[in-house]
Design a protein around this ligand. Structure first.
Ligand code: C2E
Ligand code: CA
Ligand code: CA
Ligand code: CA
Length: 276
């Protein structure tokens, strides 16, 4: 890699050249998708383990590409982060999620939404103000919105990240740490940052019943959450047995294919109605 980087070498590497071209084409397609309705959101329920109620969901981005079909978010978000496209992208996600939330609230559906925000957004000094303006614009209470960030977002530029998070807390948005347990972080931020929720990464949840060290880790994160006054949310719950184990560990909420796949808004409404 170091060799490729040396003095213009990359420019003449046919393989890399191809990859760069693909990347550039994909990114210009993404601009087009943002501008012309090529993106959508799916909603994934988060269920309260004490009463089995669902009043929270996570908005997940979907891109239906005209030639390549459905492109998973993992495959284009990293690219969008490398460009400055992530700013436009996250704004689109927030506007769409808030508009949907407003519709649900007006229908009398008791719902809260989580949106994934990347490190790049968090260190943007305009982000917190823009988000506040969007909330006012859509006439949605800030307390109904949760921002999911990863631990890496806190490490890249902790000072800026803290400023954004403090501003958001001041007007009432909640903060969840996503993929908890996968980062290198010292966790010392838990006492400094306005965090409300720890989401236990699905890689630990999925093997909970088979791997004793995963079970220990999950139990520890749940206890850690509670000792800091936070909620613990398990993601990647795929079966009833795992759900029962999480209940026994006093986990607060669960998310996963056990309930359903992430669904388009209309299907999500049907899912909610069917479970009463
Ligand atoms: P994430 O934030 O950790 O989201 C959870 C991912 O796990 C989703 O994949 C979801 O479909 C999947 N999942 C949930 N429950 C289960 C389960 O029981 N089993 C399995 N196997 N998977 C489950 P998805 O939608 O493909 O998203 C992948 C990642 O892309 C997300 O991981 C997130 O990091 C990123 N992403 C998605 N939407 C957005 C967005 O709007 N903005 C940003 N910045 N990132 C996003
Ligand atoms: Ca997430
Ligand atoms: Ca996650
Ligand atoms: Ca993830």
């Amino acid at each position: 890699r170091a060799k490729r980087k040396a003095a213009g070498y990359a420019l003449f590497d046919p393989e890399l050249d191809q990859k760069d071209k693909r990347h550039l084409t994909l990114m210009s397609d993404l601009v087009e998708a943002i501008e012309r309705n090529g993106l959508s959101l799916h909603y994934h329920p988060r269920v309260d383990l004490s009463d089995d109620r669902c009043t929270h969901c996570e908005a997940l981005l979907r891109w239906q590409h005209p030639e390549h079909g459905m492109i998973p978010p993992d495959e284009f978000i990293v690219s969008a982060e490398l460009n400055n496209l992530i700013h436009q992208l996250t704004r689109w996600v927030l506007r769409t999620a808030l508009a949907q939330l407003k519709v649900w609230l007006d229908q009398g559906i008791d719902m809260n939404i989580s949106v994934n925000v990347s490190a790049r957004n968090l260190v943007d000094h305009r982000f917190a103000d823009d988000l506040n303006a969007m909330l006012l614009d859509h006439d949605v209470p800030a307390s109904r919105l949760e921002i999911e960030i990863t631990e890496s977002a806190l490490i890249v530029d902790p000072v800026r990240a803290l400023e954004s998070l403090e501003a958001m807390r001041a007007y009432g948005v909640s903060i969840a740490v996503d993929d908890f347990g996968t980062g290198y972080s010292s966790m010392s931020y838990l006492k400094r940052l306005p965090v409300h929720v720890l989401k236990i990464d699905k890689s630990f949840v999925q093997d909970l019943l088979r791997d004793e060290s995963d079970a220990t880790l999950v139990r520890s994160v749940i206890d850690l959450s509670h000792s800091f006054g936070l909620q613990a949310v398990a993601e990647g719950v795929e079966d009833a047995a795992t759900l029962e184990a999480l209940k026994a560990m006093n986990c607060d909420q669960a998310q996963g294919f056990h309930y359903c796949r992430p669904l388009p808004a209309a299907d999500f409404e049907v899912w909610l109605r069917l479970r009463g």
